[in-house]
Design a binder for this molecule. Sequence first.
Ligand code: PEP
Length: 246
Amino acid sequence: MKYFIGNWKMFGVPKSINILKKINSFTAKDKIRNKYRIIITPPYTLLESFAKKFKSKKVLIGSQNCYHKDLFSSNTSAISPFMIRSVGVKYTLIGHSDNRAEGDSDDMLRDKVKYALKNNLKVIFCIGENKFQKKNNQTFKVLKNQLNNALEKKINHNNIIIAYEPIWSIGTGRIPNHNELLKTIIYIKDILRKIFKKTPAVLYGGSVDANNVDMLSQIKELDGFLIGGASKSSKKFIDIIKNYYR
Ligand code: PEP
């Protein structure tokens, strides 16, 4: 099973549901639709309406983040995993580099993962090195710490998806080369095997588009993609899927 996950970030109004409808009609007719799973993460404002509309459809809905406390609290503007699950959402991103940059610490991320799983949300956990860390050959060390600091042995590996997103690649049009990416994905899977005994799905994210997905599709160790910019257009998103399987 391959994952194509679209992260809308700060994009979308109610009528943007048309993008999801187009993606859904494409998959409904696609003969190989059982080979992949699509998850779109719109902003909080659209979660409930989209989750209701796409209940039992091929396109699943996820949140972009969640707060590091459960149930209710007195933190202004915070939204807990319990609240997200209560509107029918089944997935959440956690640890996106945008949120790490805004202050999400390892401790907070560990709690986010814990409470998301407790509330039956599947977690798409994002990791990745920045330009400086890459230049200084710290990539593996950074990834290992990010994984070990947030993921606990007792987690069911089926409820976690890892998205490797090098920060220097997000929104820049630059992607790692084939060998570099292959080595990193194998390394991440090794670390995960040490934590869980089995490996959760590992995705790549960062400037994925309909052109470079061809090269990326040659890395069979990849279980799918987290797609930012190109997920805001149904055509670009569908073209990525089509080109992946071409
Ligand atoms: C992202 O922000 O998660 C992302 C992958 O963005 P983009 O595809 O635009 O690089």
